[in-house]
Structure formats: structure tokens, C-alpha cells
Design a protein around this ligand. Structure first.
Ligand SMILES: Nc1ncnc2c1ncn2[C@@H]1O[C@H](COP(=O)(O)OP(=O)(O)O)[C@@H](O)[C@H]1O
Ligand SMILES: [Mg+2]
Length: 547
């Protein structure tokens, strides 16, 4: 409900135009925002039809209820919108996820943890104003204002933490975002003034005061209040005593966090996918099992690890990756989880039960990585853990969905690719994630490598040809320094042509990658260890997708 109204029942998303009767949607929204998702009928009537008599309101409610139930589920609508005594209840006994609640919980966790990452995680969940299309419905106003204030206070809190930790640039970034949203916010303006002073940019600090003065004058015909005025006076008089702190960059490793995850340190840069990261984090806040799916090499594991890294402080008991690629048998899955979590097998108990006992009290994120070859075993364990351990969440990566109740799957998209036609400029290419990844990895082979007007077209062609699949791009870029980009492109083209019997039709992604691998395999006279470690992940991985 933040940013816009959207509702899914199971895997089915209800289309906007299904809500022909506006009040039917309003009824669902009202209940979703109510405590316990329950409201007395009288209160529903009073809220939605404040100007109607009791009889008319009651009639309206009956019709609206009928319509809403049909939209939620034509056959079993009253399961999702139930009458209990005199109350209406949304999804009794079912899992109902409301983004507003996820945001509020994350905000509370942030205030408790006093840690930038936790603040960031909460801010990420605020997708926008509450129910913007219902701005004129009185019953939404107070909650909308409250949530917006929560968001702003989180952002100010985050900026303050950055300031305290000497991370002034990040502090500036956060405050500028707040001011873009709320230009007359005095706290944010004062935060900026302090940060500029700390950075030795007094002129800019004073310019911020001036800006505040103008905005208040234009918007409200008022003047800044005492606090910002005093701050300005102190800056002008050179009396402001702020002691700059040495920047903590990279952020000082907090020993408490180190024991809360087993994430490998990233070995190379992560490119793009900002929006996707945000989307997945939001989806994960709204479910307990999220599976990142897609063909091999599309970046499922990498994306999961990057997301997990951002969420370490969100879970009291941390984030743990269970790497399943090397496991050959499904029976070993519980054991792999137990080993990672240092849960010891008990002689008289099934390992799964021991795991349940250990995980039941925990708030923890399990990243089950590379599940595809053990889907059934992973699904079984995931289902059991989710049923018995209420605060366990699972982020899985798999070529196929696990097919567990409550699972949300998210297809990892390709990196953005340039057009294959035309002659893109260097500047244009820098906007595409795939070409950026190519350049980053090529530089690891040849530090002098750069996009130039001479090679731009070929690089674009390579990235286009491999569909923006990250692993294929990395493999192609790994040849830089050994052969020219033209040669890379030609040989790649040849291998991919073989796969389509010489035709130039588009190749399914799985085969594109296969072609790239075959090609790079043939080319590697002295196979690099790193690449081979990657290739080993694909052993037995060439089965056709089940779909
Ligand atoms: N956005 C990205 N930025 C940088 N490298 C990436 C990105 N996505 C994937 N990679 C790299 O591409 C390779 C394949 O990704 P991986 O996550 O292992 O794919 P999958 O799990 O889908 O098989 C890895 O070396 C990974 O680090
Ligand atoms: Mg993987």
C-alpha cells in the first residue's frame, strides 16, 4: 500500500481494473491497515459511508462485501474476507503480508539497533506515500502522515549516524533525498549545514540557510525558526564547534556483525541492479520464502549475496549462506544447514527436528544457494522450517522454483544490453550494465583496457550476443589481454552459430551460456583456476529446464 495499492492472492495478482467498485478496494485497504486486520462492522460503515444513514450504510456494506469477496476469490472469497461475530476480518488464519507493517517493524528495529545498515533496510521498504490514489479519503490521512513522518525521522536518524561516524558524504546524500521530498524540513537543512561545516565548506552551509529562508517565505510566508537561525549565526561568527571525525571508510567491521554471518567478502565489483536489489528486498519483506530463479550464470547467487549483505543487521541472529552446489544427494541438505549453523546432531533425534529446535526462537535469514539439482529435498526442508520456525526466512537461488506453499519467485533479469545495430558512443555504452561489467572484468586482465571509439561497437556486440548474461560476459572479458576484442567477438559468434545450426535466430539463454562456456573452454589453453571453479558449479547442469 506504500507507493500504490496492489494485492496478490497466492500467486495471482489482482489487476487494478478488477476494482470497479471503489469502495470494495477501500474495504480491503481499511482492514489491511487495522490492527489484527479486523474491524467492527459499525466502524467500517461509519468510516466508509460517514454521510449515510445506518440502513443505507448497512446495505452498502453488504453489496461492497459481496463485490470484494468476488474479486479476492470468485469461489472462496469469504475465506479471505470473513465475518466473525460483528466484525470483518481480512485473511483470518492465513498469512497476510502488509507492506506498511513490514516497514513499521523495520523502522522499530532500526531505532533499536542504531546502525546505518538497519536504517537503510527500513528506508528501502518505504516505496512511497501511503495509498496515494486515496489522498482525499479522510480515513487514510492520519496514517499517511504518520508513516511519512516515520520515514523522514528514519532518514534524519540515518544522516545523524553517518555524521557521527564521519561519513559526511553519505550523510549529505541522505539529507538531499529528504529535502527533495520535503524542501522546508528544517532538521534536514540544519543537518546539511552541519555537514558542510564539518567538510570545511562554510559557504555552502550558509547557502543552505538562505535556501531554507526562501522556501519558507514562498511556501508559508514565514521565517526560519530559532534553531536554524542560531546555527547560522554561530557559523557566521566562527563559533560553531564541531569536531570532525576521521572517516570510517570502509565502515569499521563491527565484531558483533562478524559473528552474525558467513558471507564471503566480495572479490570483485558488483555492477548495476540497484532497482532490482530494492525490489527483491521489498519482496523479501513481504514473504518468508523468496526464490531467485533464472538460467545458469544470470547472477542469482551474486544477487542473493549482495542482498544478504545489506540485510545482516536486520535479522537478530544474522544471515547464513548454505552452499548446495557441491552436494550430490538431497538427504545431505539438512546436514549442510546444520553444519553451517553449527547445530550438532543429537543421537536420539532426527536432524531435522534438532534443526527446528535450534531455529524456532531465531530471527534469521537462510540463503539456500544453488538448489536446482536438489529441488525436492530443499523444498521439503524449507517447508518444514517455515512451518515450525516463525521468524526464519529463506532466500533461495535455483534455476527452478521450489514449489513450496507461500513461495514467491523472482526471475533475475539480464543486465541491460545495448542495441546490436548502430555505432554506440563510449558514453552511451557506459550506461549499460553489461558493457560496464565487461569493462570492469577486462580491466582485471589488462589494467589499461578502456572503452574507445574503436572498440565500442565490438564490445556492444559481444554483450548483446550473450544476452547480458553476467557469467558469459565475464568469460568473454577474461580473454582480453590474450586476444583482441574483435577476435573474441568473432570466435564467440562462431560458437553460438554452431548451436543454432548456423542460423542467426535467438538462442535460449541456457544455450547461449553453454556456447560461451564451450567456447571459453576450448580457448583456455591454460585454464584459469577461478574460471574452473565457476565451471564446476555447472557440472550436471545442462539438463533442460523443467518448464
Ligand atoms: N551484477 C553483477 N555485477 C558483477 N558481477 C556479476 C553480477 N551478476 C553476476 N555477476 C558475476 O557473474 C558470475 C555468475 O553469477 P552467479 O551469481 O554465479 O550466477 P548464477 O548463480 O545465476 O548461476 C559470477 O562470477 C558473478 O560474480
Ligand atoms: Mg548460482
Amino acid at each position: 500500500m506504500l507507493g500504490r495499492f496492489r494485492i496478490s492472492v497466492g500467486s495471482r495478482t489482482i489487476q487494478d481494473d478488477a476494482w470497479r467498485l471503489k469502495k470494495a478496494a477501500a474495504l480491503v485497504k481499511l482492514l489491511a491497515l487495522s490492527s489484527g486486520h479486523r474491524l467492527h462492522r459499525e466502524q467500517v460503515m461509519y468510516t466508509l459511508w460517514p454521510d449515510s444513514g445506518r440502513k443505507a450504510a448497512s446495505n452498502n456494506l453488504r453489496k461492497t462485501l459481496h463485490a470484494a469477496r468476488r474479486i479476492l476469490d470468485p469461489d472462496a472469497g469469504s475465506r479471505y474476507l470473513a465475518s466473525e461475530d460483528e466484525s470483518l476480518v481480512l485473511c483470518p488464519g492465513e498469512n497476510l503480508w502488509v507492506d506498511v507493517e513490514a516497514f513499521q517493524e523495520a523502522a522499530a528495529a532500526a531505532h533499536r539497533a542504531k546502525d546505518p545498515a538497519t536504517y537503510r533496510a527500513a528506508l528501502d521498504l518505504y516505496e512511497g506515500e501511503l495509498l496515494p490514489a486515496d489522498r482525499y479519503d479522510e480515513w487514510t490521512e492520519e496514517r499517511r502522515r504518520f508513516l511519512r513522518e516515520t520515514y523522514l525521522s528514519l532518514a534524519l536518524g540515518l544522516a545523524r549516524l553517518h555524521e557521527e561516524r564521519g561519513d559526511y558524504e553519505r550523510g549529505l546524500e541522505v539529507l538531499h533525498t529528504v529535502l527533495a521530498e520535503d524542501p522546508s524540513n528544517e532538521q534536514a537543512r540544519m543537518g546539511l549545514m552541519r555537514l558542510y561545516v564539518l567538510l570545511g565548506r562554510e559557504g555552502e552551509a550558509l547557502a543552505q540557510y538562505e535556501r531554507l529562508r526562501q522556501i519558507l517565505h514562498i511556501q508559508f510566508g514565514s521565517e526560519p525558526s530559532t534553531a536554524p537561525r542560531r546555527l547560522r549565526d554561530e557559523i557566521v561568527a566562527g563559533r560553531l564547534s564541531l569536531s570532525p571525525r576521521p572517516p570510517v571508510s570502509p565502515p569499521s567491521p563491527d565484531p558483533a556483525h562478524a559473528s552474525r554471518h558467513n558471507l564471503p567478502a566480495p572479490r570483485n565489483s558488483f555492477v548495476g541492479w540497484n532497482r532490482e536489489m530494492l525490489e527483491v528486498k521489498r519482496a523479501l519483506a513481504m514473504t518468508r520464502l523468496l526464490t531467485l530463479t533464472g538460467a545458469g550464470g544470470t547472477g542469482k547467487t551474486r544477487l542473493a549475496l549482495e542482498i544478504a549483505r545489506d540485510l545482516v543487521t536486520t535479522y537478530t541472529d544474522g544471515v547464513w549462506v548454505i552452499e548446495l552446489a557441491e552436494l550430490s544427494e538431497g538427504d545431505l541438505v539438512p546436514q549442510a544447514v546444520a553444519e553451517t549453523l553449527r547445530v550438532h546432531e543429537q543421537p536420539s533425534q532426527l536432524l531435522t527436528d534438532t534443526l527446528i529446535d535450534a531455529l524456532r526462537p531465531k530471527s534469521i535469514l537462510l540463503v539456500l544457494d544453488n538448489c536446482e539439482h536438489l529441488v525436492e529435498a530443499v523444498a521439503r526442508l524449507a517447508d518444514t522450517l517455515l512451518n515450525s520456525c516463525p521468524r526464519v526466512k529463506i532466500l533461495a537461488t535455483s534455476r527452478e522454483v521450489l514449489d513450496v506453499r507461500g513461495e514467491v519467485s523472482w526471475i533475475v533479469p539480464s543486465l541491460s544490453v545495448p542495441d546490436s545495430q548502430g555505432s554506440p558512443t563510449v558514453e552511451q555504452l557506459e550506461r549499460y550494465e553489461s558493457t560496464r561489467l565487461f569493462v570492469e572484468r577486462a580491466r582485471q586482465r589488462d589494467v589499461a583496457f578502456a572503452l574507445t571509439p574503436a572498440n565500442a561497437r565490438t564490445v556492444a556486440k559481444i554483450c548483446h550476443r550473450v544476452d547480458g548474461i553476467p557469467l558469459a560476459i565475464e568469460l568473454a572479458a577474461a580473454r582480453v589481454g590474450t586476444i583482441s576484442v574483435e577476435q573474441i567477438s568473432e570466435r564467440l559468434e562462431y560458437c553460438l552459430m554452431l548451436l543454432t545450426g548456423g542460423g542467426r535466430t535467438t538462442i535460449p539463454r541456457q544455450r547461449t551460456l553453454r556456447g560461451t562456456l564451450d567456447w571459453s573452454h576450448k580457448l583456455l589453453s591454460e585454464p584459469e583456476r577461478v574460471l574452473f571453479r565457476r565451471l564446476s558449479v555447472f557440472t550436471g547442469g545442462w539438463r533442460q529446464q523443467r518448464s
